[in-house]
Structure formats: structure tokens, C-alpha cells
Design a protein around this ligand. Structure first.
Ligand code: SDX
Length: 423
């Protein structure tokens, strides 16, 4: 904790506020008491606001570094599986062999849904977007798993966190098969977390799915890359909803809803849509021009980031994974991948993108990989959501133990009419 202070002089008044320092990253001015001086800080979009203290994930936007509990994302993507990472995010340490065995069997053992939850799916149109189904069904979990749960009890929080980590993949996979009018395929006790997701999505009663270890490993890496990213929009949504004391299922359903936006988790689906629209390399310059045109609301999807003003380390790992999957599937002449490569090259050499520090983000290549894996566009963000559930439950749990935690209630700069009477 820094002992430094900063002085603000305004209207012949001198106000001193403390400076806060964490273990890594920027120092912060503690503006929490400014309201006592009848002052607010103004920061739409929270570009310069630390909304909380957290020990879970650190992002260095200048260096392009991402740490989960201090471990670099490159090492986690290489050496761990998704449940190792989920355990790490929630508990702060990687699991021992015994802890991992227990965690895997606990999560696998809870991967089935209450049989009545199946009926909630049936309330949706078959062509409903999987994210709409996920928001609805995850929110409905509160009607099935919330009785005698005390969110202030650490063990109760752990139990609901495990339920969410175990059941959200089943809900995501079933959102896909429901869309296709296919019967639900149940999770199996002898498949890994990730193999179960692929099996539930792609097998059917008359056609077993062949679990390809290279594809499974690539999919595992995609989930690890998407597991957490500090105080992004959807995680901040989960924290804000959680700060009201709402149940964990409502919190995660709100995170899924927030992630859906094309400026956030919906960008992977939007990136693929954009690549399909660009179609071939001869049209790239036309779209780059549009992306730079202030009068055109078109943006280069999969490019730019609020925090990364340098490389997004996840994008680079995703690009390598993309190559591996396309090679494994004999798709290395996949036109979309070649188009994305050329688009990336042209954009990175363009003055506008250089000056505004716009680089490919995690969503630029993820859509191509997931398409190659046979995952339909509409499921890309659903996959992002099931991965980010690991981060959301960790942040919710951390927030519930934070002594600074209080209901989130931002203020405003009022620009409306002064008081007046109805004539
Ligand atoms: C994710 O926060 C997270 O951590 C998110 C995430 C996570 O893991 O949770 O990393 C996941 O959401 C990745 C981002 C996915 N979104 C996209 O790929 C959509 C395309 N990108 C943009 O919409 C944008 O870059 C954002 C939303 C990602 C970031 O927006 P910011 O930080 O608010 O940036 P900005 O709008 O202030 O842009 C700064 C300038 C602007 O120009 P000026 O007003 O200064 O002239 O850069 C321009 C923008 O117009 N710009 C772009 C652009 N992104 C920013 N111009 C063209 N194409 C783009 N993609």
C-alpha cells in the first residue's frame, strides 16, 4: 500500500487523496472519498478507472503480456489443461495431482442438468441464437440449484461455482444440438472435460464422434486463452450484478448477455462474417479504407483492444493453433485463413492502424479455428462464454471475499433541465 498522496487544488480548495499501488501495473488515485468534497471523477467506458483490487489476472497492455495468477498465458496454453486453469483462477494455485483428480471427478460428476431443465430449452424457437438460449437456461439454474445456498458461505460459493463450470458446457453444447433439431447427447464419465464438450456437440445416437487428440488439444487451448481477462466488460458485469447480492446463476447469465456484443465476445462471430463479406484479397483495401473512414461505422473486427496497445499474446497463440488445426485437417489452403493472413499483414503496415496501435486480438483467428473444427459461427461466442465462466466464477468468488466490496452504484454528470414546475 503506497503512502503517497496527490493534491487536487480547485476553487481555492486543496484536497489530498491517497495513491494506491498493487504488485504490478499502474498506480491509482483513490477517488472514493471525492464525493465528500462534492466532486466526482468522470471516466465514461472506465478507460482510466480501477473498479476493484484483484489478484486473479494481470494484463500489461504496453508489453502485450497476460498472466493468470502470475503464470504467463504462453506457458499455461502449452503445459496445462483447462481444468488446471479453472482451478488456478478460482483457488490461486495450480492443483496438485490429488486435487486435480478430485476436481476432475467433481466437475464431471456434476455435468448433467436437472432433467426438467431440458424443458427450458423447448421454450425457445429452434433457430434461436445459442447465446439467447444460454442466457435463459443459465439464468434458470437459479430455480433448480439455489435453494439453501448462502452466498456468504465459502463452501456454498465453491459448490455453485463447480456446478456452473460443470453445467455451462452441457448447456452450450445442447444449445447447438437443439438448434439443429438433434437429440441431446449426455456427458460421459470416461471423457475429459474438453472431449465431452466436442462429443456432446458432434456425436449423435447413430453416429459416434471420433475424439481426435490434436483437435481436442487445440480446442483445450482455445478455452484456456479465453478463460479470463481481468476487468473486461462481461467480468465487470458479473461483479456489478454480484455486488447486489444476486445469486451466482443470475451473475453468470448477466456475464453471458454482456459477452454477446460484437464489440466484446461477439467479435469472433463478427470477424468470420466480415472475412466472408470481404471474400477475396482484391477487396481488402476497400474494407481497410472503410475501417478508417470516420463516417462509416464499419470497424475491422478482431482488431484493436481497450488494453493491448501492442500484440495480444492470445492472438499469436491462436494463429499458431489455427495453423496446426488446418494442417491436421488438411485445410491449410483454407481461403479464409489466407485472407486473414493477408488482411493482418496489410493492416499492420497501414499508418492508421500503426498510429492507433490496433493489432489483431484474440477474436481475429479464433473464428477460423472454430470453423475448421466444425463449430458454426453462431456458436463461437457460446464457446467463449463457456471458457470465460472459469474467470467469471473466480472474480465473483474473489469479490465476495473483498472487504472493499459494496454495491456498485456509479454517479453521473447531470446535463438535463434544472427544476421547473408543470404549468
Ligand atoms: C474482446 O476487454 C477485454 O479484455 C475484452 C477481451 C476479453 O478477453 O474479455 O479481450 C475480448 O472483447 C476483444 C475485442 C473484440 N472486439 C473487436 O474485435 C471489435 C473491433 N474492435 C473495436 O470495436 C475496438 O477496438 C474495441 C471495442 C475492441 C476497443 O475499443 P476502445 O478501446 O474503446 O477503442 P476506441 O473505440 O477508443 O478506438 C480508439 C481509436 C478510435 O479512433 P479515434 O476516435 O481515436 O479516431 O481506434 C479506432 C477508433 O475508431 N479503432 C478502430 C478499431 N478499433 C478502434 N478503427 C477501425 N477498426 C477497429 N477495429
Amino acid at each position: 500500500m503506497s503512502s503517497k498522496k496527490i493534491r487536487i487544488s480547485l476553487d481555492n480548495k486543496n484536497i489530498e487523496v491517497p495513491v494506491i499501488e498493487g504488485t504490478l501495473g499502474y498506480k491509482a488515485i483513490d477517488t472514493s472519498t471525492l464525493n465528500k468534497e462534492h466532486l466526482f471523477s468522470y471516466d465514461p467506458g472506465f478507460t482510466s478507472t480501477a473498479a476493484c483490487k484483484s489478484a486473479i489476472t494481470f494484463v500489461d497492455g504496453e508489453k502485450g503480456e497476460l498472466l493468470y495468477r502470475g503464470y504467463p498465458i504462453e506457458q499455461l496454453a502449452e503445459k496445462c489443461d483447462f481444468l488446471d486453469v479453472a482451478f488456478l483462477l478460482f483457488n490461486g494455485e495450480l492443483p496438485t495431482f490429488k486435487e486435480k483428480e478430485l476436481y476432475s471427478s467433481t466437475i464431471n460428476g456434476q455435468s448433467l442438468l436437472h432433467d426438467q431443465l431440458n424443458n427450458v430449452f423447448r421454450g425457445f424457437r429452434r433457430d434461436a441464437h445459442p447465446m439467447a438460449v444460454m442466457v435463459g437456461v443459465v439464468g434458470s439454474m437459479a430455480a433448480f440449484y439455489f435453494d439453501n445456498m448462502n452466498i456468504n458461505n465459502k463452501n456454498h460459493r465453491k459448490q455453485s461455482a463447480n456446478k456452473l463450470l460443470a453445467k455451462v458446457p452441457t448447456i452450450a453444447a445442447w444449445s447447438h444440438t437443439y438448434n439443429l433439431g438433434l437429440p441431446f447427447v449426455y456427458p460421459k464419465h470416461d471423457l475429459s472435460y474438453v472431449a465431452n464438450i466436442l462429443n456432446m456437440m458432434f456425436s449423435s445416437p447413430n453416429k459416434p464422434y471420433h475424439v481426435n487428440p490434436i483437435i481436442t488439444r487445440a480446442f483445450e487451448r482455445i478455452l484456456i486463452l479465453h478463460a479470463d481477462h481481468e476487468q473486461n466488460a462481461s467480468t465487470s458485469t458479473v461483479r456489478l450484478v454480484g455486488s447486489t447480492g444476486a445469486n451466482p446463476y443470475a451473475c453468470i447469465a448477466s456475464g453471458i448477455a454482456s459477452l454477446w456484443g460484437p464489440a466484446h465476445g461477439g467479435a469472433n462471430e463478427a470477424t468470420l462474417k466480415m472475412l466472408n463479406e470481404i471474400k477475396n484479397e482484391s477487396r481488402i483495401n476497400e474494407y481497410i479504407k472503410r475501417a478508417k473512414d470516420k463516417n462509416d461505422d464499419f470497424r475491422l473486427m478482431g482488431f484493436g483492444h481497450r488494453v493491448y496497445r501492442n500484440r495480444d499474446p492470445r492472438a499469436e497463440i491462436m494463429k499458431v493453433t489455427c495453423h496446426e488445426v488446418l494442417d491436421e485437417l488438411g485445410l491449410n489452403n483454407e481461403p479464409l485463413f489466407k485472407l486473414a493472413n493477408t488482411l493482418e499483414k496489410i493492416a499492420l503496415e497501414d499508418e492508421y492502424f500503426i498510429e492507433k496501435k490496433l493489432y489483431p486480438n484474440v477474436d481475429f483467428y479464433s473464428g477460423i479455428v472454430m470453423k475448421a473444427l466444425g463449430i458454426p459461427n453462431s456458436m463461437f461466442t457460446a464457446i467463449f462464454a463457456l471458457a470465460r465462466t472459469a474467470g467469471w466464477i473466480a472474480h465473483w468468488h474473489e469479490m465476495m471475499t473483498d472487504s472493499d466490496n459494496k454495491i456498485g452504484r456509479p454517479r453521473q454528470i447531470y446535463t438535463g433541465r434544472t427544476q421547473r414546475d408543470i404549468p
